[in-house]
Design a protein around this ligand. Structure first.
Ligand SMILES: Cc1cc2nc3c(=O)[nH]c(=O)nc-3n(C[C@H](O)[C@H](O)[C@H](O)COP(=O)(O)O)c2cc1C
Ligand SMILES: [Mn+2]
Length: 498
């Protein structure tokens, strides 16, 4: 059963995690300089709790003293954030995401809220009054925008977008940011402002309802406001207030909001990077990038800086991975539904690869069904940076179990008979380090290139049914007969087992 909690601010979310035994408070003094990042990496390795650092060295009397991270570090905490109990199945969560992504409840404007308890402007602005971590030793600086949900407005339609895009502290009032002009929605807005020869207004929302980042961190269709979808997830409109210096709206009980302008003139760019990327590799040389000049900071009393350690490793996947794996599975399943592919029973993206590899369970009704699935995913623009490797299984295989999938890949895939298909030269992700640099030269090619692979681990329908196999195309498995199994289970204790 799912409960409808309504919108939650960060403090309510932290309280909920604490009640569920999913929060750890660190009261020992900790340094912002790599220590917070390393602690959070070690806790990710253990699939441990969310962390509230309450005592950051040198910040005892500063504007901000606390850092919160790891809120959605596991699938169980994602379930909690969505209003489900822990242990909810992949299928149930993904189907909820598919439905809610398509619903809308617009926000409601309120006069004021806790985010206006403190308003900082002009020379008083100093981003390093907040305990901004340097997360990783190879990173180029202190990243303040890691889980910041950045609001921008389409200058033509007036629709607001909310997206997560990284940004580093440059000067005391500047945030050079990874702004990709092509696919990302703030990048599309930026191109329009540049055309108008105007600076783009932005508002970075740091710390609010966990589902805001869940929606801002994965692609909804262009032109859809993530605030409207967030309202639908919560069954209640998002209460928003107007910003002080830009014509944008932000949640009224956010912890910290950084308002600013991005100048499209490249001479205003500042250096950003390197950064520990979602792929688990550190990439990008220090590069001049579009930069937020901060015009105002508003924040709650005793604000909590919400941040996250980026980068997936096999033994320690990031929050981004947990979030985007559920979203990317839902997006894939919606693509398959809208393409008319029948018989899809489950779609799983493991956090480790967050949908770069995608596992699909079907009820097979025709031989070409897995090929149709791959073609649909590869043809959709929402699949641009995901679904590089598509694996298709039948209904007897649990696609959340690597053991089961491994067995099916071993004994149902025949590469010489259509079991493996490579489609070269499709849209790809420019950050994938397995792609040669020249094939991810976005300036030259417009987008990265991938050689995509389908692994069809369903039983081959070109095989004839055989009488000695009970008229099936494959032999029977070694599973005991149901009657034999029932007898043995009923006598289990008599054999001396527990
Ligand atoms: C924690 C986290 C960090 C992210 N960092 C970046 C980033 O630095 N740059 C980027 O372009 N996308 C980043 N993303 C992915 C975008 O948020 C995602 O593509 C999203 O769809 C952007 O919103 P939009 O579709 O409204 O543009 C990040 C996602 C998460 C969850
Ligand atoms: Mn968007």
């Amino acid at each position: 059963m799912r409960n409808e909690p309504g919108c939650m601010d960060l403090r309510q979310w932290i309280d909920m995690l604490e009640r569920e035994g999913e929060l750890h408070r660190i009261t020992a003094p900790v340094s912002w300089d790599r220590e917070i990042g390393t602690v959070s990496r070690k806790v990710l390795e253990k699939k441990g709790p969310a962390l509230l650092f309450q005592n950051i060295k040198g910040y005892e009397r500063s504007r901000g003293q606390r850092v919160f991270t790891g809120g959605i570090g596991t699938r169980d905490r994602l379930a909690l954030a969505l209003g489900f109990p822990k242990g909810t199945s992949n299928r149930e969560i993904v189907q909820h995401v598919m439905k809610k992504n398509q619903e809308r409840i617009p926000p409601v404007r309120v006069e004021t809220g806790p985010v206006k308890e403190n308003i900082v402007t002009g020379d008083a602005i100093d981003l390093l009054e907040f305990p901004v971590p340097k997360w990783h030793y190879l990173e180029g600086g202190r990243y303040i925008n890691t889980y910041a949900c950045i609001v921008t407005k389409d200058p033509e339609t007036g629709v607001q977008n909310v997206g997560i895009y990284r940004g580093m502290v440059g000067r005391k009032n500047s945030i050079p940011s990874l702004l990709i002009s092509g696919g990302q929605h703030w990048g599309q807005h930026f191109t329009k402002y540049a055309h108008l020869k105007q600076k783009m207004p932005v508002a970075c929302v740091i710390g609010w309802d966990p589902i805001m980042g869940f929606l801002a961190g994965s692609p909804l269709p262009a032109g859809v406001s993530e605030f409207d979808v967030l309202g639908a997830y919560r069954g209640a409109p998002v209460p928003v207030v107007r910003c002080e210096t830009v014509d944008l709206e932000v949640p009224a009980s956010a912890e910290i909001v950084i308002e600013g302008l991005i100048d499209p003139d490249p001479s205003a760019y500042e250096i950003e990077g390197p950064f520990a990327e979602f792929t688990g590799y550190v990439s990008d040389l220090p590069t001049p990038r579009p930069t937020i000049e901060v015009t105002c900071i508003t924040h709650r009393n005793d604000p909590i800086l919400r941040g996250t350690q980026e980068g997936n490793m096999p033994n320690s996947y990031s929050e981004n991975a947990v979030i985007s794996s559920a979203q990317r599975a839902g997006i894939a399943w919606n693509i398959l539904n809208s393409s008319g592919v029948p018989g899809v029973l489950d779609v799983y993206a493991d956090p480790i690869t967050c949908g770069i590899n995608i596992y699909i369970k079907i009820r097979k009704t025709y031989q070409a069904q897995p090929k149709q699935i791959a073609a649909a995913l590869w043809g959709a623009s929402a699949g641009q940076g995901r679904y590089k490797h598509v694996f298709v299984f039948e209904e007897d295989i649990d696609v959340t179990s690597y053991e089961q999938m491994d067995w099916a890949i071993a004994y149902r895939v025949n590469a010489g008979h259509g079991g493996i298909v490579i489609f070269p030269g499709l849209l790809g992700h420019a950050l994938d380090p397995s792609t040669p640099l020249e094939e991810r030269d976005v300036n030259q090619l417009g987008a990265g290139i991938w050689n995509r692979v389908l692994v069809d681990a369903t039983r081959n329908w070109t095989f004839e049914r055989r009488p000695e196999w009970n008229n099936e195309r494959f032999p029977p498995t070694v599973q005991p007969a149901p009657d034999d199994e029932a007898l043995v289970i009923s006598r289990w204790k008599e054999y001396g087992f527990d």
